[in-house]
Ligand binder design. Structure first.
Ligand code: MRU
Length: 340
């Protein structure tokens, strides 16, 4: 099985997602600052995966700190300042903070051990969550059709198995005859580089399309459903996900194709009434003006680079979680699932 992130005696080991698919290289982070940099530079990316990385970063920081009490807040803050949109990052840091608070007064060696164990547990849980979510979602996937996905919500975006790709994996395991169309996902090419690589690795038939082909294929009748992941879901069911998700959802709606979002409960942010309140990460213009190092725009060209967009809840057919499938009206169904 592909290992996205692991805790080892040497530190936190991650597959370097900036180098895939050309090279399968691994990075070892020996310090929490290196984990923060790996998240910021997208060596590791995808909402659940950066949550696991942040938890391991906190554990690593605790293990190496000379004065844990004085340094704990700085460790958490440094990790929290890496990427703003995926709520799983903050969810994981909060979980580590809560454990730390509950251990106040314990010997420092005990505290370090418990924080490491918690981070390893968050990783283990994430894989189990994705497998459960996959089982719920598999029932929704039409047999004999194509599934369209955007970005990478696979094993690489999680501790393993994936959310959107977890549903696809579970549908294939259940014997459904499906294939996948993967949007290339400009500008960072998570679809072309990561989703297609992962699916080929598993022997699931995958076809790469450029983002502007989605409408053409959604209209053709061959796409049975769209399944994407999420970085943050507001209380009303608005979904923040990789830039370009919103137009796919509108096109799916226009063509009567179901649009499913697969995400763990840790991606729900019920403190936000609507998606308008979700902070959207703005990434460097260079990712747009350059195509993996090759300049594709005139010198000095201005470029916008919001990394995520928000799909309004009216375009979302259902949200698939490890606790079951939420359908509209989402304000009620998500509240129920969150409390379950
Ligand atoms: O910028 P990225 O690559 O971290 O964005 C990832 C996505 O938008 C994914 O679709 C999302 O995090 C869900 S991953 C299971």
């Amino acid at each position: 099985m592909l290992e996205t992130i692991q805790w080892t005696d040497d530190g936190v080991v991650m597959i370097d997602q900036t180098r895939l698919p050309r090279e399968e290289a691994y990075v070892t982070c020996r310090d929490y600052r290196e984990v923060a940099e790996a998240i910021r530079s997208m060596v590791i990316r995808g909402a659940p995966a950066i949550g696991v990385a942040a938890a391991m970063g906190v554990a690593l920081g605790a293990l190496r700190a000379d004065h844990l009490d004085a340094e704990f807040e700085t460790i958490c803050d440094t990790l929290a300042q890496t990427r703003p949109t995926a709520v799983n990052l903050f969810w994981a840091i909060e979980r580590m903070k809560r454990l730390y608070q509950s251990l106040r007064g314990c010997p420092v060696e005990e505290i370090r051990k418990r924080l490491v164990a918690e981070a390893i547990e968050i990783r283990r849980e994430d894989i189990a969550i994705n497998q459960a979510l996959g089982r719920h979602g598999a029932e929704l996937v039409p047999d004999g059709k194509t599934v369209l996905t955007h970005c990478n919500a696979g094993a690489l975006a999680t501790a393993g198995y994936g959310t959107a790709l977890g549903v696809i994996r579970a549908a294939v395991a259940a014997g459904k005859k499906i294939d996948v169309f993967a949007d290339e996902t400009r500008p960072f090419l998570q679809g072309a580089r990561l989703t297609v690589w992962e699916l080929m690795h598993d022997g699931i038939p995958a076809t790469l399309i450029t983002d502007n082909m989605a409408g053409h294929f959604l209209k053709s009748g061959r796409i049975g459903c769209v399944i994407v992941g999420a970085d943050r879901i507001a209380a009303n069911g608005d979904v923040a996900n990789k830039i370009g998700t919103y137009p796919v959802a509108v096109l799916a709606h226009e063509n009567g194709v179901p649009f499913y979002v697969a995400a763990p409960v840790s991606t729900l942010d019920l403190s936000l009434e609507s998606g308008d309140q979700i902070p959207i990460e703005q990434r460097p213009a260079r990712e747009v003006t350059h195509f993996f190092g090759v300049q594709v725009a005139p010198d000095g060209a201005a470029a916008a680079n919001p990394a995520f967009d928000v799909t309004p809840n009216r375009y979302v057919t259902a949200i698939i979680t490890e606790r079951g499938v939420a359908r509209p009206p989402f304000t009620e169904s998500l509240r129920r699932i969150h409390a379950a």
